[in-house]
Design a protein around this ligand. Structure first.
Ligand SMILES: Cc1cc2nc3c(=O)[nH]c(=O)nc-3n(C[C@H](O)[C@H](O)[C@H](O)COP(=O)(O)O)c2cc1C
Length: 392
């Protein structure tokens, strides 16, 4: 079966000439909800999302699909907010337990043995860097989904989707000159759908506590901190630096954050520094890298200055160890990474890509995480290994 997930209307899809047996189009995506990050599709109703809108059975649809074609407007090097909503809502296709693939933690296949081919068409103007970013995220998605990546194409526009050749890339804008001097007003954006209950909230809170301490030590005024979320109408006005806190979702930004960035284009002064504070379920912090490239793509388009950030692997540990000493064994790696980010922020400098050192070895993290999924499934009377697509 060939399934298309696209941000085109049904009428646009049928005019495109792309053959398919099933399609999720703009109509269903716009009426659907963003993933809330509850993991109900793993521990309450395994394989299906607990939100029963038209996207609730995307995991099941993937299990019945042989060829998945994703069609989206190119957005900062990856997909549009609506298509990202669908990708985020489809993780019930995977099993929460881990496997090691290409030397990294990934999820086990709920539908072991299922052969899935993945292709993408990202239409609209795109630069060479955005295309490189898209290829990297697509490869990461294919690895995580246990799928074969059969192509990433770049059509000129939504009327040209069946074209055999890619449109020529557009030239990248000149990199902006970073804003001068120390920041006076900094936006801290919590883009986790789990909001105050999230590891992101905890990490941003830690940064907010460390910042005035470092400012005092450096003999400079601490900047004013303004909190924001991805649900806000835009980014807070008048900020001369922004920290985007987010969980990695399907190797990229959560859909709500992509949506915020689309809305915030043009809101910030050129050269405003943008930093990231990301955490993720997998162990290896380097898996965050494609999502940093997406933010870099946003900055390039909005005339802002991508200034690097922190990647926290084994993010499932952030909340359980939050009450242990900040520089104790269980928190030191993350605390030191946050402090490096604070120093760069205060100095109005580049942070580079800072990878926080996880506190425990990978096998221990894997065992603890898997034990927790089993406990949660038991509490909900759920069968973690369920395969709803086999049921009919
Ligand atoms: C829809 C969804 C997709 C996810 N995709 C990834 C992923 O691609 N890689 C990863 O390491 N973790 C992934 N995770 C796990 C989250 O990044 C992890 O649970 C994180 O610690 C949540 O942070 P928060 O509490 O700040 O929201 C995903 C979680 C959800 C709900």
């Amino acid at each position: 079966m060939r399934t298309i997930v696209c941000d085109l209307t049904r009428a646009q899809l049928s005019a495109s000439g792309l053959a398919h047996d099933a399609a999720i189009c703009r109509e269903e995506l716009a009426a659907g909800a963003d993933c809330t990050g509850c993991f109900g599709c793993w521990v309450r109703t395994p394989g299906a999302c607990v939100i029963r809108d038209d996207l609730g059975d995307l995991g099941v649809l993937l299990a019945r699909t042989d060829e998945l074609a994703v069609v989206s407007r190119m957005t900062f090097g990856w997909v549009s907010p609506l298509v990202k909503r669908a990708l985020d809502r489809s993780i019930g296709y995977l099993h929460p337990d881990f496997r090691v693939a290409d030397g990294q933690l990934h999820h086990r296949m709920r539908y072991a043995g299922h052969d899935l081919a993945l292709s993408l068409r990202l239409y609209g103007p795109s630069t060479g860097s955005e295309r490189a970013c898209a290829r990297a995220v697509a490869a990461a998605n294919a690895l995580n989904l246990g799928a074969r990546l059969t192509g990433v194409r770049f059509p000129a526009d939504e009327k040209d989707l069946a074209a055999e050749n890619d449109a020529p890339p557009v030239a990248a804008a000149e990199p902006p000159v970073p804003g001068r001097g120390l920041p006076r007003r900094v936006a801290l954006v919590n883009a986790s759908p789990r909001r105050s209950r999230s590891a992101t909230a905890r990490l941003l809170g830690d940064l907010a506590e460390a910042l005035p301490v470092y400012a005092r030590m450096a003999g400079v005024d601490a900047p004013e901190l303004v909190c924001a979320t991805a649900r806000d109408a835009g980014l807070p006005a008048g900020c001369d630096a922004v920290v985007l806190g987010y969980p990695l979702y399907v190797d990229a930004l959560p859909s709500g954050l992509v949506d915020l960035l689309v809305r915030a284009r043009g809101e910030l002064a050129p050269g405003t520094r943008v930093y990231a504070l990301a955490n993720m379920g997998f162990y290896e912090a380097e898996q965050v890298s494609p999502s940093f490239s997406v933010i870099e793509g946003f900055c390039a388009e909005a005339g802002l200055c991508w200034s690097g950030g922190v990647a926290v692997g084994a993010g499932g540990m952030v909340l359980p160890v939050a009450r242990t000493p900040r520089m104790g064994m269980m928190r030191r790696g993350v605390s030191e990474a946050v402090d490096q980010l604070v120093t760069a922020l205060l100095a109005g400098a580049d942070a580079g890509a800072i990878e926080a050192r996880p506190p425990v070895p990978r096998f221990a993290y894997k065992l603890a995480a898997e034990a927790q999924w089993r406990r949660l499934a038991r509490e909900h009377g759920a069968d973690l290994d369920a395969r709803p697509a086999d049921a009919g």
